[in-house]
Design a protein around this ligand. Structure first.
Ligand code: MN
Ligand code: MN
Length: 467
């Protein structure tokens, strides 16, 4: 039916009613090709940056290759200059100085680079039943049963008593060994199978297999543990007590993969929230001579409440904004209260198998574009930033004007659960903020799934916001 042949009702329907559509049916082939090309870089980033520290290192390398230099507090920068501020090696602020005075506020995109994982305890190493294992304490919201019987890698840093540090990365190279957590065979799991899913694997059962061969000496009691420590000492120069001042993270050892015959999806560990952090990073790297100063924040500690000096509940972003104010000789409050922010974090994608956890009218769908969440929280929006209608109107207009496919989202059915993001902490600073991000299937699992089109729309959306 052509335009002229539309019935009155059809024309009215088109004008008045909201229709949600699969984005793949809305964009042309060239746009899909751009999305696929963008995601090649994203998938490499996923493999290179499985921890917050690795994400900072990888992001700085990309930033320096794009003309960014280390930010010096107190120095005066000119419009167009590109800087980055390394926050204790675990968070990163990137900034492009704008033409307008910072007294007009800055545009911020904030994503997080920590992900749920298993951290080693401070006394991790022990020998039992002719094996050597590592005790862990999980970080963030993990479903513990998902972390057994998969290949695992060990990433992190160890600082020795003399203050010198070593970087650890075992399990990623093709020639590296991997680690794993054992689980029962079904034949002997009758008792275990009666546990609830939440208790199916308990926290103290997340013990990582790290060795099985003894150091042959009858005068030694813990021969396998000694052999493991000897190998670690040869490789890293550490002794057992150095675990006390280490941050070692156990993460899935597999790499990012295309999912589906049509390769439309990406499966990988750590997409919450690299799926927003990488587009935010690319958006700021591509940002040249913006009107307002543009800022991308890649933060640590979101998964455990944005706490500590590398989390956004601390003052590190405020201090950076204050220094921009000092540089321009304007009051810090004018910079802060006039700023605008996208809190870039993932949303729960509508799951085709577990459909009843969602309100289908308000869920986000894979391939429907960047998802905006006016509020998060739980039990009546508690603990969240509930964005103002004015600011949501501003952001939707930016997206529409720049042909960004976007949708709205809410985290599941009312009272089923909930969650939060950094938006609450940024809002508390007196900055207008709204959550936007990429829908994720299997969120917080070792193998999270996203749509390539949505990842690209995140990049387009963030770019449009800060340009
Ligand atoms: Mn997140
Ligand atoms: Mn999360």
């Amino acid at each position: 039916m052509s335009n002229e042949e539309k019935s009155v009702g059809q024309a009215l329907e088109e004008k008045l009613l909201t229709k949600r559509k699969n984005g793949l049916l809305e964009v042309d082939e060239a746009e899909i090709e751009r999305a696929d090309a963008f995601c090649e870089g994203y998938m490499k980033f996923l493999d290179d940056a499985k921890t917050e520290r690795e994400a900072v290192t990888a992001s700085i390398a990309l930033a320096e290759a794009n003309g960014f230099t280390p930010y010096e507090f107190g120095k005066v920068y000119k419009p167009g200059e590109k800087v980055y501020c390394n926050v204790r090696n675990k968070s990163l602020i990137l900034c492009v100085i704008g033409k307008n005075s910072v007294a007009n506020g800055v545009k911020i995109v904030a994503a997080h680079i920590d992900s749920p994982r298993l951290d080693l305890k401070q006394h991790p190493l022990y020998e039992t039943s002719d094996f050597c294992l590592l005790k862990t304490h999980y970080y963030g919201g993990v479903r513990k049963y998902q972390w057994v019987t998969i290949p695992l890698a060990l990433h992190g840093v160890i600082f020795k008593a003399d203050g010198s540090g070593v970087t650890v990365n075992i399990g990623e190279d093709e020639n590296d060994p991997v680690f794993t957590i054992t689980d029962l065979l079904p034949h002997l799991a009758q008792e275990q199978s009666k546990r609830t899913l939440a208790e199916g694997i308990k926290g103290e059962e997340l013990n990582v297999m790290i060795g099985s061969r003894p150091f042959k000496d009858d005068n030694v009691s813990e021969k396998i543990k000694l052999n493991v420590m000897k190998l670690l000492n040869e490789k890293y120069g550490i002794i057992e007590s150095d675990f006390i001042s280490a941050e070692l993270e156990v993460v899935p050892a597999f790499k990012a993969k295309n999912v589906g015959l049509d390769c439309g999806l990406i499966g990988a560990y750590g997409q919450d929230d690299r799926v927003c952090a990488y587009p935010a990073l690319e958006a700021i790297l591509d940002c040249d001579n913006p009107d307002d100063t543009a800022v991308a924040v890649l933060t640590d500690k979101e998964e455990i409440g944005s706490v500590g000096p590398t989390g956004l509940n601390s003052d590190y972003l405020r201090h950076f904004l204050e220094s921009l104010a000092d540089m321009a000789d304007v009051p810090a409050y004018s910079v802060i209260r006039n700023s605008k922010c996208l809190s870039a974090d993932v949303s729960a994608a509508f799951d085709p198998t577990f459909t009843d956890v969602h309100d289908p009218r308000n869920a986000s769908y894979c391939n429907y574009g960047l998802a905006m969440s006016k509020f998060t929280g739980s039990r009546g929006k508690s603990g969240c930033n509930d964005s103002s209608a004015e600011f949501v109107s501003y952001v939707r207009n930016v997206f529409d004007e720049n042909k960004v496919l976007w949708q709205t989202t809410e985290l599941g059915r009312v009272d089923l659960g909930g969650g939060g993001t950094v938006a609450a902490y940024i809002g508390n600073m007196d900055i207008e903020v709204v959550d936007v991000g990429v829908p994720v299937l299997c969120m917080h699992s070792p193998f999270e799934v996203t749509s390539k089109l949505d990842v690209y729309m995140a990049y387009k959306g963030f770019s449009a916001f800060i340009k």
